[in-house]
Design a protein around this ligand. Structure first.
Ligand SMILES: Cc1cc2nc3c(=O)[nH]c(=O)nc-3n(C[C@H](O)[C@H](O)[C@H](O)COP(=O)(O)OP(=O)(O)OC[C@H]3O[C@@H](n4cnc5c(N)ncnc54)[C@H](O)[C@@H]3O)c2cc1C
Length: 399
């Protein structure tokens, strides 16, 4: 479609408004979590892991939280998992718990790498999914103070602590009986860290597809993790989540796919030759991107994937975050920015790229044919053993 000017630091929201107007679904605004390598480095340096194990599930007040809020940077490759694993230091119990969570992220990536789009299949809710998607406010009603508190943060900031994501997922599906795929899509649209890998694992975990035990959201968790919120609720004396939700049979594992038990995925093959540009995508926008590192003097190219974005309908906080990453990168690298269908925009170029473990990148790469492909910076190298559960995957990886 076209070549765009590069976003400049400080005017990213204006840039998104001007150049991505056709893809916008809401009023353009930034999150308080700002994008870019510079800010990612600062956030990692400032994170104090002490108390993480006890406070990672706190939701409210904000000052009580122990979560790092590093996920948007991890999601977009500004902070690789090996780097975060190495750099976070502190009390051993907190570091151990934090590293466990990094492994959950890694597990989600391996699972998605192995089975790809099949991971989004759902058996139990497939009938509901054939109907129109449930409207957001019916699934997450505004008159419950706890739900309103966290959906407001999700919409405004594009981020939530893990506990609040579980509340919303559980309220949507376990209590509300709505298809988890619809809820997952809606949450994904808002999240700065939205990834099909981790979001699907999170939703499947909540509905019990990964553990056999659905997570029930009730008033008790709100009183414990967000003390004081129930007192402000118009429904405090007729709380709709006073009791544990009715017993809900866990959703069966969505796939009887033999690849869950055993399988390997071939790395993306390079066409061979000398590249003259590095193709970067939202999977990996940081200075540690292996292809950027391997070719430090080459310019980079980024394509806003217009057909994909039109389908996904992402919130503008995510688009501004990505523009912030590009603006920051352009202070250190020559950068070309385009919008359109990536395989068309990049046709005929001699590109270097990093092998992102997601089906969307791999199918586009097959059409684009990078001449050089660098390996994805795994925290745990892929193994051919089971990815049926976090525990089975971890055991096979011997960690
Ligand atoms: C319904 C639901 C949807 C989710 N969707 C996403 C998503 O789209 N993208 C995403 O990155 N995470 C997702 N998660 C996982 C988790 O909630 C977020 O990674 C975490 O809340 C991010 O905040 P943080 O960086 O402060 O995490 P911290 O607690 O500080 O953890 C550090 C890092 O560990 C990883 N991590 C922590 N918890 C988990 C977890 N349960 N699963 C996978 N990785 C984890 C993340 O990379 C995170 O940045 C989801 C969880 C649920 C229950």
């Amino acid at each position: 479609m076209s070549d765009l000017p590069v976003p400049t630091v400080g005017d990213e929201a204006g840039w998104v408004r001007e150049h991505l107007g056709a893809l916008l679904v809401d009023e353009v605004r930034p999150s308080s979590i700002r994008g870019g390598q510079t800010l990612a480095d600062a956030a990692l340096a400032a994170f104090d892991v002490a108390g993480y194990a006890n406070r990672r599930n706190e939701v409210w007040p904000v000052a009580a939280r122990g979560a790092s809020r590093l996920s948007p940077y991890i999601r977009h490759g500004l902070l690789t998992l090996p780097r975060v694993w190495r750099d976070v230091r502190g009390p051993s119990a907190d570091v151990a718990k934090f590293r466990d969570e990094l492994l959950w992220q890694e597990y989600a990536r391996h699972l998605y790498f192995r089975v790809g789009l099949e991971m989004g299949r759902s058996l139990r809710f497939s009938v509901l999914e054939r109907g129109a998607p449930a409207p957001e406010r019916a699934g997450w009603p505004d008159d419950m103070a706890c739900v309103a508190l966290v959906t407001r943060e999700l919409r405004d900031e594009g981020w939530l602590p893990n506990q609040a994501r579980m509340w919303l997922a559980s309220h949507w599906s376990v209590r509300g009986g709505r298809g988890w795929r619809d809820g997952e899509d809606l949450m994904f649209r808002h999240l700065l860290d939205g990834s099909r890998a981790a979001n699907r694992v999170g939703w499947q975990w909540t509905v019990g597809a990964l553990t056999g035990k659905p997570y029930g959201f009730s008033r008790q968790q709100v009183e414990r993790r967000a003390p004081g919120v129930c007192g402000t609720c118009a429904l405090k004396s007729q709380c709709p989540i006073q009791q544990w939700p009715d017993d809900h049979e866990p959703e069966p594992r969505p796939m009887a796919d033999p690849r869950l038990r055993r399988g390997t995925v071939e790395p993306t093959a390079a066409e061979g030759g000398i590249p003259d540009q590095v193709w970067i995508t939202a999977e990996s926008l940081g200075d540690d991107d292996p292809a950027l590192r391997a070719y430090p003097h080459l310019p980079a190219v980024f394509v806003w994937d217009a057909p994909l974005l039109a389908r996904l309908r992402l919130s503008s906080v995510r688009l501004v975050f990505l523009a912030e990453c590009l603006a920051d990168l352009s202070t250190r690298r020559e950068l070309e920015v385009r919008v359109g269908e990536p395989t068309v925009e990049l046709a005929g170029r001699r590109l270097a790229a990093t092998d992102a473990p997601v089906p969307g990148w791999r199918s586009r790469a097959a059409a684009v044919g990078p001449v050089a492909v660098e390996e994805w910076p795994w925290l745990v190298p892929p193994h051919g053993g089971p990815v049926t559960s976090f525990t089975a995957w971890r055991r096979s990886a011997r960690i």
